[in-house]
Design a protein around this ligand. Structure first.
Ligand code: NAD
Length: 444
């Protein structure tokens, strides 16, 4: 099929590369010419395992990138994978997405007649991949149809929320646990089925497909993320209680995970969730619920627990050492391992808290340093974890990159002159306790 993917960020680039890999002919559109140039050069503007390999294989063949919308009229399907950031009140800003929807509509209208489309019945399907709330669907449709003008009656909007995780985006996209098609016609459902057919055929297992209306489809995405975020906050709340009693929360969670109503996954307590999805999505659905007249008490509490975890980490640090004037290493700047994304990383409130205490902060991350350099210009950055530890009186472990589990003797280079044993506060349970180190786990 001919596919246009508008927006080439984490989701759009992964979608474009994976659809090309599945045999479709894909045009990726982005307003950022650097992003477009990078893709045409065979590499992504973002760090995502496996993505560059797919781009290198398919760019110039089944995949190309452009800043123009001219491929839209000839496409069977156009995806919109534009960012939907938070407004100050937590609701999502649909400005970028509605602008892209309108431009997509205009591209279709500019084609004069959608008859240039290879669809036998001259219809064009525009699919929202971005995460939007149920009331947002009507807003995006309105923008699309306004742009399409006379062609509006042959344009249809569908939603197909994306569940991929940064750090394993390609694998998640190629092996989804479900596909959710939110459509208003059998024709649109069939178009999405045809599109995903080669991808589903390549997986070992049957992929459940949920066929529903556009609003229910996007609500499934919010319910999914809100449930997971709340699960971690519950685990962190219980973990904080364990810590008060001197109990190892991981021993407790391993045991409750044996109950199949709870499940063994997502039971690791620590410094909390971040990234571009959980905070934004939980905020957006809370704001949308409030606007509709419902107070989401449990989701409010999930956010409050999450917001408190970095401060708990800093309080544990305070209980061992006054870091004013001391070098303090922050290991891990990305919001989770496997990505360079620092959006809502727990490292941000941790660094702010250390700065407020007068510490000399040195940060290290295998891939996210450049991004954090733009956020904090006034801290030092090390080239390796071992270099960050050198001379540090305390270390805070914020992201569970595997390499932090193998630091071993690097801790010997920490500074124990001023404060007694150097202090390690582990927010992710990745460092082994060792002699000569004051070690505190956040919930163990
Ligand atoms: P992103 O910010 O990384 O990428 C968005 C891209 O869209 C940017 O490259 C930007 O230049 C481009 N863009 C903006 N306006 C445009 C326009 N008018 N025309 C063409 N391009 C335009 O965003 P993302 O992380 O890929 O997220 C996209 C959507 O998918 C969001 O709604 C997000 O919530 C959702 N989502 C994200 C993830 C994730 O892990 N990042 C997972 C699932 C769903």
């Amino acid at each position: 099929m001919q596919v246009t993917v508008v927006g080439s960020g984490y989701v759009g680039t992964t979608l474009a590369a994976c659809l090309a890999d599945a045999g479709h002919d894909v045009t990726a559109v982005d307003i950022d010419s650097d992003v477009v140039a990078a893709i045409n050069d065979g590499h992504a503007a973002i760090h995502e395992p496996g993505l560059d390999d797919l781009l290198a294989e398919h760019v110039g063949d089944r995949l190309r990138a452009t800043t123009e919308y001219e491929s839209v009229p000839d496409a069977d399907v156009t995806f919109l994978a534009i960012g939907t950031p938070s407004n100050d009140d937590g609701s999502i800003d649909l400005g970028g997405l509605t602008a892209a929807a309108e431009m997509t509509g205009e591209a279709l209208a500019g084609a004069g007649d959608v008859a240039s489309s290879p669809n036998p019945d001259d219809r064009h399907l525009v699919v929202v991949k971005s995460t939007i709330t149920p009331p947002g669907v009507a807003q995006v449709r309105e923008a699309l149809l306004a742009g399409a003008g006379d062609a509006a009656d042959r344009v249809e909007l569908a939603t197909n929320p994306e569940f991929l995780r940064e750090g394993s985006a390609v694998d998640d996209f190629q092996h989804p646990d479900k596909l959710v098609f939110g459509t208003e016609s059998e024709w649109a459902t069939e178009a999405l089925e045809s599109l995903y057919e080669p991808l589903v055929a390549a997986t070992d297992s049957d992929v459940p497909v949920i066929r529903t209306d556009p609003e229910t489809a996007v609500m499934i995405k919010y319910a999914n993320n809100a449930f997971l975020a709340a699960k971690i906050s519950l685990v962190n709340d219980l973990g904080n209680i364990c810590k008060q009693f001197g109990i190892d929360a991981y021993e407790v969670m391993d045991a409750i995970g044996l109950d199949d109503r709870i499940g063994a996954k997502f039971l690791r307590s620590g410094v909390g969730w971040g990234g571009s999805c959980f905070p934004k999505d939980v905020d957006a659905i809370r704001a949308a619920a409030r606007k509709a007249g419902y107070e989401p008490a449990l989701l409010d509490a999930a956010v409050a627990v999450n917001d408190g975890q970095p401060e708990r980490m800093l309080e544990l640090l305070d209980s061992h050492v006054d870091v004013a004037g001391e070098r303090v290493a922050v290991l891990g700047l990305a919001f989770k391992p496997g990505t360079d994304d620092i959006r809502n990383s727990r490292a941000i409130p941790i660094i702010e808290g250390l700065q407020a205490r007068g510490a000399e902060v040195v940060g290290y991350d295998p891939v996210a340093t450049d991004n954090m350099r733009e956020r904090f210009t006034d801290i030092a950055y090390a080239d390796s974890a071992a270099a960050a530890l050198e001379g540090a009186s305390a270390t805070l472990v914020v992201t569970d990159w595997d390499e932090f589990a193998a630091l071993d003797d690097a801790f010997d280079a920490m500074n124990d002159a001023a404060t007694g044993d150097p202090v390690v506060i582990d927010g992710r349970r990745i460092i082994e306790r060792r002699d000569g180190l004051t070690y505190e786990g956040l919930t163990w």
